[in-house]
Ligand binder design. Sequence first.
Ligand SMILES: Cc1cc2nc3c(=O)[nH]c(=O)nc-3n(C[C@H](O)[C@H](O)[C@H](O)COP(=O)(O)OP(=O)(O)OC[C@H]3O[C@@H](n4cnc5c(N)ncnc54)[C@H](O)[C@@H]3O)c2cc1C
Length: 400
Amino acid sequence: MSTHIDDDLEDFRHEVRDWLTRSVPPEPLPPWTEREGFDLHREWERVLFEGGYAAIDWPAEYGGQDASLRRSIVFGEEYYRAGAPERINMGGLYLLGPVLMQHGTPEQCARWIPDILSCETIWCQGFSEPESGSDLASLRTRAERDGDEFVVNGQKIWTSMGGFADWIFALVRTDPVAGGKRKHDGITFLCIDLRSPGVEVRPLTMVDGTRGFAEIFFTDVRVPVDNVVGEIGGGWAVAMSTLGFERGAVFGDHAKFSKDVANLARLVEARGLGDDTAALDELGRVLVETEVYRANVHRLAGLAEQGVDLTATASINKVYWTQMQFDIFDTGLRLLGADGAVVGDPDALPGADERTRRAWADWHHRYWYARAAMIFGGTNEIQRNIISERVIGLPMEPRR
Ligand SMILES: Cc1cc2nc3c(=O)[nH]c(=O)nc-3n(C[C@H](O)[C@H](O)[C@H](O)COP(=O)(O)OP(=O)(O)OC[C@H]3O[C@@H](n4cnc5c(N)ncnc54)[C@H](O)[C@@H]3O)c2cc1C
């Protein structure tokens, strides 16, 4: 992401606002967690691409706009303000694309990046396994070399969008842990076409009935050696870059949390609590939290423009925004009662206007997601370990 100082932000804001006003679908899309909704979200990603807005922070040579951090923030603010659909191309745009630019060969960039940008190929992330989440380096999916190919056997789990994606970037073990080697060695970052023989994708149904996750099984799947990103056996460094992008990829998302609070205010009003001072106190508190976060995001962008390295702030940011988000929805649960948690029945708000009914449906989806955000991309406990060791300099946690 470019960090040069940007003087034309207000012009850019108006340009984006105009474009979004013309382009955002008038009706909300069905959830992407089912095939029909997923395909419609994919079409929307293509509209963004054709408009030149798929990845404005990417370098121009890869089809981005070389946008400054502030410009990306403005884009995010306008995006959520316009009520535009949720993005589904994150695996490619926020994770694999930047990873390829950093670790990939020119051939790999030429082969995969254009289709990421245009959403022709949807990528998912295959890191977690049933026994390997926080302790990622203990992963057991094996890839054994056979000539110019690897033969992959094993299982991934909690793969977001795994049921709909075309390709997966996965961590596999190419060298057993032996002879005093660290378990972080011998892991390789491998791109696998999910249509390959031997791949089985089993969707997982979540507590709210959605099917946005999958387990993916590999049985003797043959993958060209050319699909390795980085060094064979050196995938840990590539994985750490990926997680860095994942934890840092939230600039501009503060607008999403402000929208959650605005939705909550609307729902509190619809519930007849608009004059309840205790409810208003609670609303005020979460509003202040989101404003503090917004101010901090703008402050960090300013620091980035001055060349300050923000790597260490990714973990701090993730702990802050996920706890803030949790607090917004917990507050909502207290104010709205049990209806604040269960899957929304629009008729629970008799007489509500269309915007309020939409806010209600959106609320329930986001309620469940707020819980998950404290887990994905490395749990908050793991982030606290990182902060204590790498930011504060406390002793390292004992490693097995
Ligand atoms: C919404 C969502 C989307 C996800 N998407 C993907 C995806 O697309 N691809 C993918 O690969 N994975 C994905 N995941 C999986 C996610 O990365 C893992 O769930 C996460 O890393 C935690 O691993 P685990 O579930 O195995 O929990 P565990 O690692 O078993 O942890 C259990 C508990 O123990 C705590 N704990 C573990 N180790 C420590 C320690 N050293 N110190 C302190 N506490 C510790 C954890 O914080 C947690 O509370 C997703 C998860 C969610 C919720």
